[in-house]
Design a protein around this ligand. Sequence first.
Ligand SMILES: [Zn+2]
Length: 173
Amino acid sequence: MPKNIRIALCVLMLSACSQTPLDKLNSGYDAFLETSDASLYKDLAKGQKPHTLVISCSDGRVVPEFIFNAKAGELFSVRLPSADANVNVAVEYALNVLKIKNVVILEHSDCSGLQDKAIRERGIKRLNALKALPAVRNALLTDKDFSVSVMMFDIKTRKLKVFDPEDNDWDSV
Ligand SMILES: [Zn+2]
């Protein structure tokens, strides 16, 4: 059924709106083609120069590009279920090849059924583990512009907090 007829039917009777997952992707892609910046993509075809590595969760409610209002190409993004997977290879690539100077671990509320306190503690542990990786340790020692941080996104309120290791507290962004 042609898309415009289907949309018209949608307005008349809700049952015609039920889309399969593949339909959703197809209509999403149509919208992407209409709204995305073609010239940006032409530029991006020449190469990527992301300013930040974001290590976050696969959870679909936590989309780094939305939260940071980032365009395509701005973030080098690693998304893994929960927190335990190994990100070393991506980190080394980001630092050594892409020369990224900003790394953010993005934690979020309601992750894998954990309490916020446990998620924040996990975030701090991950930050410390990240700082111990050779590529990160070296960057921290040799480049004063390089930074790593852990943030916590609250899904319900959309509030974002960043951990301050100096005073061992979470500040609003
Ligand atoms: Zn999660």
